[in-house]
Design a protein around this ligand. Sequence first.
Ligand code: GRF
Length: 203
Amino acid sequence: KNICVLISGTGTNLQALMDACDAGRIDGSISAVISNNADAFGLERARNAGIKTHCLSHKDFASRDDYDLALGDLLAQYDADCIVLAGFMRILTPEFVARFSGKLLNIHPSLLPKYRGLHTHQRAIENKDTEHGVSVHYVTPELDGGPVIVQSRVPVFDDDTVEDLAERVSEQELRIYPLVVKWFCEGRLAMKENKAVFDNEIL
Ligand code: GRF
């Protein structure tokens, strides 16, 4: 299967996906990594691994619609089976989401539907949650609102800083995202009627 990864930053999730593909754990390969930010360290990770990279800066486009059209055209060139959002800090237009419906995955650092949007670790600490975590979900037009595929939970301790919690969640991200992409590439996963369905329910 043909995977494209969209990033904006460090790319630790991208690295985990590259490693899983290299090790043969995912039956697919990453054909391109696209960033909206030229300084994203993830671009360097991809270049070092010999993966094609593109920087498509939102600053070069007059509108979100124009940007998403160009992004979509670029992805279409790669004929991507699976488009993995790995820290891609852009809101996508409904038209873009519809164009690639069922192929778009995202990872979000909270136990959705809790804490959509930003600063999730801080919000979990402020609310004195005893449990926090990460969700992998299908992308729908609703921001961080698509059907959840897998979640991983972590404890929140009284003296946790945002960094402590982010680190604990990150460990889980690097574990579950490759797993979900593996299932996706094996055809064991689908989105039906706005729900994520597995294996036996697909057939
Ligand atoms: C992760 O926390 C992910 O959950 C969020 O953005 C961050 C990306 O980190 N969507 P990285 O660029 O993969 O290191």
